[in-house]
Ligand binder design. Structure first.
Ligand SMILES: Nc1ncnc2c1ncn2[C@@H]1O[C@H](COP(=O)(O)OP(=O)(O)OP(=O)(O)O)[C@@H](O)[C@H]1O
Length: 247
């Protein structure tokens, strides 16, 4: 499925965090969203899943819909104090098929077990999620994405505070998803990870600085332009005039 941003502006109290962004996330590609802190990366993902409403412009899905998306928020936004088991959490990835109260049948349990094995967590099925390390928890969330079987996978800083071995294993899963023809979009801060696993990059600094083949986007010149843009806008982002007209 292809995702098209059409002149997208998203604001917090009319101060734009994403400003007139246009472009296309290519189908079956792995695209990194790269940019300085405060560049609007998380805001863009939240708008793509429908959690934030644009002031102006649209997100369009070509060949799919919101229901085909698996979204992984930043770890800091997830409540890990809930007394749920690893199996319970991974099984929520099946809700789209079973409904929230559909129960977990034998076939579903088999899918959950298989996903846990794939992420190297066989034997963790009945642990509660508060008893996991950051890396183990992130493996569980990737297992949940596996059972979701989504065409579009959105990941927000998936390797933050995650150990090197887990990061490597989960990046290999990203590679597999791409080989399976899924569309993967990930917010990342690690330049080497982007270069090794993401053929496409969107460099965002509130506005689109560059978008295309990673090698041509992540140039010194573009990175400097991105930093300059965010430095100027970050502290006193002005009210967007077009957003104000629409408000
Ligand atoms: N709920 C909110 N209310 C008001 N302003 C917000 C809110 N969330 C984000 N912002 C502001 O919007 C801008 C973009 O934030 P966003 O989290 O999208 O950036 P980011 O590129 O994901 O940053 P980081 O790399 O630090 O996670 C920032 O200036 C931020 O302070």
């Amino acid at each position: 499925m292809k995702i098209i941003l059409d002149n997208l502006t998203v604001s917090y109290r009319r101060h734009p965090a994403v400003h007139h962004a246009s472009g296309t996330f290519a189908e079956g590609e792995a695209t990194a969203i790269f940019g300085p802190n405060g560049a609007g990366k998380s805001t863009l993902l939240k708008t793509m899943i429908g959690a934030l409403r644009p002031d102006e412009g649209h997100v369009r899905f070509d060949g799919g819909s919101l229901a085909d998306i698996a979204y992984l928020p930043q770890q800091s936004e997830i409540d890990r104090s809930l007394p749920v088991t690893v199996t319970d959490l991974v099984a929520t990835g099946l809700w789209r098929r079973t409904g929230a109260f559909g129960g977990v049948d034998t076939a579903s349990l088999a899918r959950v077990s298989e996903a846990l094995a794939t992420v190297g967590l066989s034997g963790f099925a009945s642990r509660t999620i508060d008893a996991l390390s950051n890396g183990q928890f992130q493996r569980v969330l990737f297992a949940r994405i596996l059972v979701q079987d989504a065409r579009l996978i959105l990941l927000d800083e998936p390797f933050n505070a995650v150990d090197a071995k887990t990061t490597f294993d989960l990046l290999e899963l990203v590679r597999r998803w791409k080989e399976e023809g899924r569309t993967v979009v990930a917010v990342l801060h690690d330049y080497e990870q982007v270069r090794a696993y993401f053929a496409q990059t969107l460099l965002l600094a509130r506005e689109v600085v560059a978008w295309g083949a990673t090698a041509s986007v992540l140039t010194d010149d573009n990175l400097r332009r991105a930093l300059d843009k965010v430095a100027v806008w970050h502290a006193h982002a002005p009210v967007c005039e077009t957003a104000r007209e629409g408000a």
